[in-house]
Design a protein around this ligand. Sequence first.
Ligand SMILES: C[S@@+](CC[C@H](N)C(=O)[O-])C[C@H]1O[C@@H](n2cnc3c(N)ncnc32)[C@H](O)[C@@H]1O
Length: 229
Amino acid sequence: MKFFGRRKGKKLRENRQRLIADFLEKVKINPEKPFAFSEIFASTFAKHVLEIGFGGGEHVAALAKRDEDTGFIGAEVFINGIASLLAHLTGYTERAELASDRIDNVRVYPDDVRKILPFFPSSSLDAVYLLFPDPWPKSRHKERRFINNGNLDELARILKPGGTFCAASDDMTYIRWALSVMNKRDDFEIKWTKASEYFTEPEWWIQTRYELKALKQGKKPVYMVFIRK
Ligand SMILES: C[S@@+](CC[C@H](N)C(=O)[O-])C[C@H]1O[C@@H](n2cnc3c(N)ncnc32)[C@H](O)[C@@H]1O
């Protein structure tokens, strides 16, 4: 079987392999040059949202179900996470005949999102989510942290004015790093006005697997919502 996705991790269980074989082609995107949303979605949507590193995909799947007028693009490098998203989207379990292949408003990029950020249209996204990114806590690895000025320049270009960049983490080194980088930029402003808001899950928030894991371990995640000026 041909696999997509850069990193394999654990071997895929049989039903996950079938999910990839049966459904990934229907939602996969692989732009190699600037694209328009009309080229990757069959329908037209009022809004467009990108989720970076969706992990098991429960967050983007829940958003896609809730906001049917929005087109979602999810990027993830782990094939197991991609299979998990496909399971959420299709309802596919051991009973393949129950699966639905009507996945109108989600497209999946099964690779490193940084490769396609330059191809998004300018001022086109209503929101970007980066939830519990790999923290790379060692100082010598800090260039690997997703929040850095190079990636933020791209996010600033592709977000609409007034669009949101939502990030969360339970790693204090990463949070301090993220806030210090964001505070020096003049193209984003933090939505919060009170310190307590950093530690309060916004009421519209949908929890992710990593967030639940952190909460179970007694950690206090920090929620950051930045507005593109
Ligand atoms: C710590 S996990 C968090 C997953 C999920 N957002 C959550 O909160 O449960 C970080 C995820 O980001 C993915 N990731 C890291 N760098 C990425 C990149 N450049 N492009 C796409 N995915 C990436 C990893 O494969 C991993 O699944």
